[in-house]
Design a protein around this ligand. Sequence first.
Ligand SMILES: [Zn+2]
Ligand SMILES: [Zn+2]
Length: 326
Amino acid sequence: MKAMVLHAPRQPLRLEERPDPVAGPGEIVVRVEACAVCRTDLHVVDGDLTEPKLPLIPGHEIVGIVESCGEGVDLKPGRRVGIPWLGHTCGCCSYCESGRENLCDNPGFTGYTRDGGFASHVVADADFAFPLDGFSDPVATAPLMCAGLIGWRSLKMAGEGKRIGIYGFGAAAHIIAQVCVFEGREVYAFTRAGDEAAQALARSLGAVWTGSSEDSPPVLLDAAIIFAPVGALVPAALRAIAKGGRVVCGGIHMSDIPQFPYAILWGERQVFSVANLTRADAVEFLELAPRAGVTTTTTVYPLERANEALADLRAGRFQGAAVLVP
Ligand SMILES: [Zn+2]
Ligand SMILES: [Zn+2]
């Protein structure tokens, strides 16, 4: 198999040949068809997330075909599956036992503590792979596996309100905006000042208002989801929401949140973070996405050009999601 491998933070990934993987008990070997690039991959490569397995094959938005199965696996070879960030849980900690496996004390994360999908093949725990029988386009489907799933968990955390602000209109936002519209909500999209392309994409997906993140929306919002890794957006979003509203931080890493006056939190406004996903989130979202007619905007890179895809994500050079194809 071939893979793009991280040997140390802040170093470019290196293309390597490795022995073909073998599935252990409970595992599957998947031939990767497509793997989307997530901002979390940037945080891993840049060293913002400090405990990667090294050397590491990043990538956790994987779509591929089951090639072989280890002992005790029900999936059949030939089946298309998706492999997300949550790669394993212990099943016995207090979080796992209370339906909150996203907070497991002893988890495994694809492309962080386990090798991921920037490769021609990946080994996954079969219990954490999702059949994708109705999804015929691997490239279009790959961004659903994290941008979609984390976006969905963030939207659930935002509550039932009608007016939803979204800060940072990248991969997750462009998916979850479509779910909002499907659910009859109004989307207010905040981008970097002057990012006309992102604002145009937001309007094309049904946003009722677009502006820069410093702007005030025309009405107070019921909730705001922050996908951009920028702590200064937390007080900005608190100023944009109504009493009782929620600000949801959807990213795994954020710059520091500046000091802000208590008055913008008062009125029972709440600030949440979203951590990882549960398998229940994935089952719900993979059923909902086709029903909601979710489409994805993608830019395809050959696997060998993973470093270029990461650099383009860092610089905001494409709309929607980058997808690597081996
Ligand atoms: Zn991700
Ligand atoms: Zn656990």
